[in-house]
Design a protein. Structure first.
Length: 364
């Protein structure tokens, strides 16, 4: 009789333990997804990019933003390189068919594919980074597209370059001929003019954001003309600009990526919030605040661009020859940054091909 009672008691304990265990497992599942999982379904995000990862520039920053969202929110991230134009539509459609809730595409090259596939999958959301889709008469209610205006940040970079040059000869190297890079070049030249109207600015396109060899060739030609400060805005091609600058012993600055460990003449970074845009898109979906059908502008006022002042100060602290002039330039540039943010200093979004003679001749 005692054995029977004991057996019944043990069985009851096992049942209670199983129930408790099931309860803990369910709670853990909710916690893993940060509580933002629409029930038991984890949000699935596909990042489909038109260039290769590992560029130390925009592609890596996009991936960084997606990874941060995965860490913070517990979302599932798929990263896909769609490096050939012929594959854009196929790859975006494949991710849509696979059931990803949000698909992020990059740059104007992927706009046609994004438009077409978003119509085929109206229940899927799309974040079109650095694209213009919802500005025309037709609205895509499941697409949030963002344009980047960097003229303000590059104006500040140009001001600093104008103060640093000793030869009064500065170079600006851009990856491709596109509206925003053109506006950044014009903003840069206006900044140089404000700091040093006696300077001259050379300007050139690489023709690619993935051709360091061509960028190095262009930079070397600028140096042979007397440039002692070079600003680059060319993605993975930046590596060639830095290499040529290092060989010649002149100063250079760039966007997004830090090359200071490669060359201590690399004096600063204009940051671009590509990764922040991916993170924001994911956050909007999770919070049920996705602004489909709208076109956004990302600039210096909202985190689309930012000045990495730590990188400029690091150069000043490590280089006695330029310390005083750099510190003074940073102080002035920070004041102008606040003026740009509050609207009292307006840098035009001029998408014409940058030309120093035109900038120099323009009214203040």
């Amino acid at each position: 009789m005692k054995k029977r009672v004991l057996a019944v008691m043990l069985a009851a304990v096992m049942v209670i333990g199983l129930v408790a265990g099931c309860g803990k497992k369910e709670e853990s599942s909710s916690s893993d997804n940060g509580g933002n999982d629409n029930g038991n379904k984890k949000l699935k995000v596909a990042l489909v990019v038109n260039q290769k990862f590992g560029d130390k520039a925009s592609m890596d920053d996009l991936a960084k933003g997606a990874d941060k969202a995965a860490e913070d929110f517990g979302v599932e991230i798929k990263k896909l390189e769609s490096a050939e134009a012929s594959k854009f539509e196929e790859d975006v459609r494949a991710m849509s068919k696979a059931g990803y809730d949000l698909i992020v595409t990059t740059y104007p090259y992927m706009t046609d594919a994004t438009k077409l596939v978003s119509k085929e999958y109206p229940d899927t959301k799309y974040a079109a980074v650095f694209q213009t889709i919802n500005q025309g008469d037709e609205k895509f209610e499941n697409v949030w597209d963002t344009e980047f205006h960097g003229e303000g940040a590059f104006y500040l970079g140009g001001y600093i370059a104008g103060k640093l040059t000793k030869s009064n000869h500065i170079g600006f190297v851009v990856g491709g001929e596109e509206p925003t890079p053109n506006a950044e070049g014009n903003g840069f030249m206006l900044g140089v003019k404000a700091a040093n109207p006696d300077a001259t600015v050379e300007f050139s396109y690489v023709g690619s954001y993935e051709d360091p060899a061509k960028a190095k060739e262009i930079t070397s030609a600028m140096i042979s003309k007397g440039c002692d400060v070079i600003q680059t805005d060319s993605g993975a091609s930046n590596a060639g600009v830095v290499e040529a600058s290092k060989e010649a012993g002149i100063l250079c600055a760039g966007e997004i990526s830090d090359y200071y460990d490669t060359y201590n003449g690399f004096y600063g970074i204009e940051g671009i919030g590509f990764g922040d845009t991916v993170y924001k898109a994911i956050e909007m979906v999770l919070n049920d605040e996705f602004t489909g059908g709208e076109h956004g502008i990302r600039d210096l006022t909202n985190g689309g661009y930012f000045m990495d002042w730590d990188s400029f100060n690091r150069f000043a602290d490590d280089n006695a020859e330029y310390k005083d002039v750099m510190k003074a330039a940073i102080e002035e540039a920070k004041k102008m940054e606040e003026q740009i943010k509050d609207g009292s200093l307006v840098i035009p979004f001029n998408t014409d091909v940058p030309n120093w003679d035109k900038i120099k001749a323009s009214a203040e």
